[in-house]
Write a protein that binds this ligand. Structure first.
Ligand code: SF4
Length: 310
């Protein structure tokens, strides 16, 4: 099947648009992202330790434990020669969840030394041979250490794909869309970027504008105002003061000669629904205040209401 045929089948836009979507996300991620130290390394051992620790512990708390662990056992060889009890004690002292994970990590280090001659395998399938390393962790290590992974599909990624491209809530559909969307040979930056998008912009309560989401111009949810997702069964609620919305209206109208009422509504608040609580009536009130202040002009035309800067 051709690329465009495959993309049509996966529910994604055409090739050219997909390239713009890819570029947009990578540029957004590279311009600014949460600076976790394991994002600065491509050492598979260091990445494996961070992945195992993050399975049950919040990332902010993993930062310190990860640094302490690597100071104690800086390489797979060092960990393999440590008494297992010491590794388990470290795990308990740092409240890292099930002690079995410490035992598996120790065992995996032993495998690396004894079976792999000190060199990590580099593919997701081969990495799964390591003790305690499941498909998700194997793919993360293959991506972040070797830039050799498949597209990650976790809860965050599903939420993003469902909202942005209207991908149905079906595991096979998510897998296909995620892998068609990933630029070839760029799993390291891509998987980091799409997980970052799901973490800081497209969380359960999305922050499309605040986080400067790079996919707003293509996003189905942003266009329709429906932000439900497989893990968000009802419309999330949003904060936002009137002053903030006034500011957004002025900024947007400054970028456009004029804007239709609903287009403006969807662009200024993620929960805009024309007939809902935060819909046309609410927006007309806001525009009327701005008009009283001499900032905005509202024209009623046959084709609908249009707003522009005064
Ligand atoms: S525009 Fe909003 S809903 Fe759409 S992908 Fe971005 S953050 Fe998610």
């Amino acid at each position: 099947m051709s690329d465009s045929g495959r993309q049509a089948a996966s529910g994604l836009p055409d090739d050219e648009t997909v390239e713009a979507i890819q570029r947009g996300l990578i540029e957004w991620y590279e311009a600014d992202h949460r600076a976790y130290p394991w994002r600065e390394t491509d050492d598979p051992y260091e990445i494996l330790v961070s992945e195992i620790m993050s399975q049950q512990t919040q990332l902010d708390r993993v930062v310190e434990a990860w640094a302490d662990f690597l100071e104690e056992w800086p390489t797979a060889e060092a960990l393999a020669t440590a008494p297992r009890g010491e590794v388990v004690a470290f795990w308990s002292d740092h409240s890292l969840g099930y002690n079995n994970r410490a035992k598996y990590l120790h065992e995996a280090a032993t495998q690396i030394v004894e079976e792999y001659d000190g060199a990590f395998p580099e593919t997701p399938a081969a990495l799964q041979e390591l003790m305690g390393v499941g498909p998700y962790t194997a793919n993360a290590v293959a991506s972040f250490a070797f830039n050799n992974g498949d597209a990650v599909v976790d809860t965050n990624v599903k939420r993003v794909l469902y909202r942005a491209f209207d991908i149905p809530d079906d595991d096979a559909a998510f897998e296909t869309a995620a892998s068609d969307l990933m630029p070839a040979g760029r799993s390291r930056v891509w998987n980091n970027a799409i997980m970052e998008l799901g973490g800081v912009a497209c969380g359960k309560t999305p922050r499309c504008d605040e986080a400067g989401c790079p996919w707003r111009e293509w996003c189905h949810a942003y266009e329709t105002g429906d932000f439900t997702a497989p893990d968000v069964p009802t419309q999330p609620s949003f904060d936002g003061s009137r002053r903030q919305f006034r500011g957004r209206v002025i900024r947007l109208l400054g970028e456009h000669d004029e804007m239709a009422l609903d287009t403006l509504g969807h662009r200024i608040r993620v929960d805009y629904t024309p007939d809902g609580e935060h819909g046309r009536e609410w927006l007309r009130g806001l525009l009327s205040d701005l008009s009283d202040d001499g900032l905005v002009a509202v024209d009623e035309r046959d084709e609908g209401t249009v707003a522009r800067l005064e």
